[in-house]
Design a protein around this ligand. Structure first.
Ligand code: ADP
Length: 328
C-alpha cells in the first residue's frame, strides 16, 4: 500500500527506556510505520548541549536502539540511525542559521528554561537547538512530525525557518513540515506526582527483570488519603488505577475500581495485580530484546544501515540546497 508520506522523529540517547517513553513515544513510533515511511533518529549531537559527560553516550545509544527495535521498530522498512552519523545535518544547520534571527531563538521559552536550568553552561549549541532540529527534519524532506501539543511551537518555528530560507534563496527545495498531533499520555512516576523520568529516578524500565519491575511497582504511591488498610480508596486519584486501565483486563479494571472504594481491595494486592499484568504485557518485548541482544553486532548493523540510507536522502537534499544558495 502506498504510504501517506515521510515521518521524522528524534529523541536524545537516554539509554534504557522507561514506561513513559514506551507509552508516550515508542508505541506511537511503531504504529506510524503502518501508514508512513518513518525516519527515527537518536539525536546524540542535541544531547551534547546538556550532558555533563559523554562516557555513556555510546552505551545509551545502543540500549535505546535495542529497546526501540525490540518494541517493534522494523529496520527493513523504517530508517533508524544516529544523528552524528549523517554529518550533512551540521552543514544544513549552519546554512539555516543564516536565515534565523538570533532574537527569536533567545526569546523561545525552551531556551529560557535551559538558561534557568544550567546557568553555568549557556552554550552556543543551546541557542541553535531549534535550528539543528529544523535541519534534522527538513534534511529528510519530512512531511509529518508527530508531536504533543506542547511541542507544536517547535514545528511552527521550523516552518518559519523553511519559509525564510525558501524566500531568501527564491527556491522551493525545503518542505514545510506538518505537525501531526498525537494524544500524548503523560505517564506519572512511581511518586504518583511528577512526570516519569530518569532524572527523578521515579521510572520503571521496560527492559527490567520481572522481579525488579514488581519491586518498583510496590513502591508506587497510591491515594494519599488512604492511610490504613481498612480506609476506602479513591481510584480516580490513584496512579496505580490509571496504569491498570492500560494493562489490565476490563473485568480487573472494574474490580479494582469497585473494590478499592469499599476497601475490599488493599493497595498491596492492587499493585501486585498491576505488576503481574505489566510483566505479562512486557514479556514478548523482553524476549525479543534478549534475542536481539544475543546477536553480536546486530544493533550496530541496523544503525550503520540506517545511516547509509539516511545519508543518501541527506546528500540529495544538500545538493539541491547548495545549488539553491548558488554556493560556488
Ligand atoms: P527527549 O528530550 O529527546 O524528548 P525524553 O527521554 O525526555 O527525551 O523523551 C523521549 C520521548 O518520550 C518523548 O517523546 C517524550 O514525550 C516521551 N516521554 C518521556 N517521558 C514521558 C512520560 N513520563 N510520559 C509520557 N511520555 C514521555
Amino acid at each position: 500500500m502506498a504510504k501517506k508520506g515521510r515521518v521524522f522523529s528524534g529523541a536524545r540517547p537516554t539509554g534504557r527506556q522507561h514506561l513513559g517513553n514506551y507509552l508516550g513515544a515508542i508505541k506511537n513510533y511503531v504504529a506510524l510505520q503502518e501508514d508512513y515511511e518513518c525516519v527515527y533518529c537518536i539525536v546524540d549531537i542535541h544531547a551534547l548541549t546538556t550532558v555533563e559527560t559523554t562516557a555513556d553516550l555510546k552505551q545509551n545509544t545502543y540500549e535505546m536502539a535495542l529497546d526501540w527495535l525490540a518494541a517493534g521498530i522494523r529496520p527493513e522498512e523504517s530508517i533508524l540511525f544516529v544523528q552524528s552519523h549523517v554529518p550533512q545535518v551540521m552543514e544544513l544547520h549552519t546554512l539555516l542559521s543564516m536565515v534565523t534571527q538570533l532574537g527569536k531563538l533567545t526569546d523561545l521559552p525552551t531556551f529560557k528554561e535551559k538558561v534557568r536550568q544550567q546557568p553555568d553552561n549557556i552554550n552556543y549549541g543551546l541557542v541553535g537547538y531549534p535550528v539543528l532540529m529544523t535541519a534534522d527534519i527538513v534534511l529528510y524532506k519530512t512531511d509529518v512530525v508527530p508531536v504533543g501539543i506542547d511541542q507544536a511551537p517547535h514545528i511552527e518555528f521550523a516552518r518559519e525557518i523553511v519559509r525564510s530560507f525558501n524566500y531568501r534563496f527564491n527556491t522551493k527545495v525545503l518542505i514545510e513540515p506538518q505537525a501531526k498531533h498525537t494524544e500524548v499520555l503523560k505517564v506519572l512516576g512511581i511518586d504518583g506526582k511528577e512526570k516519569m523520568g530518569k532524572s527523578l529516578n521515579n521510572h520503571i524500565e521496560i527492559a527490567a527483570a520481572p522481579e525488579e519491575t514488581q519491586q518498583r511497582v510496590m513502591q508506587m504511591v497510591t491515594d494519599p488519603a488512604r492511610v490504613k488498610r481498612t480506609d476506602p480508596g479513591n481510584p480516580d486519584v490513584c496512579n496505580v488505577y490509571t496504569m491498570h486501565k492500560l494493562f489490565s483486563s476490563p473485568d480487573e479494571i472494574e474490580m479494582v475500581n469497585r473494590d478499592c472504594r469499599t476497601a475490599a481491595l488493599g493497595c498491596v494486592d492492587c499493585k501486585k495485580l498491576y505488576a503481574k499484568n505489566l510483566n505479562k504485557h512486557l514479556e514478548p518485548f523482553r524476549a525479543k530484546r534478549a534475542e536481539l541482544a544475543s546477536k553480536t553486532g546486530y544493533v550496530e548493523e541496523v544503525l550503520n544501515d540506517g545511516a547509509k540510507r539516511a545519508c543518501a536522502i541527506a546528500e540529495k537534499t544538500m545538493e539541491e540546497v547548495r545549488e539553491a544558495i548558488q554556493l560556488p
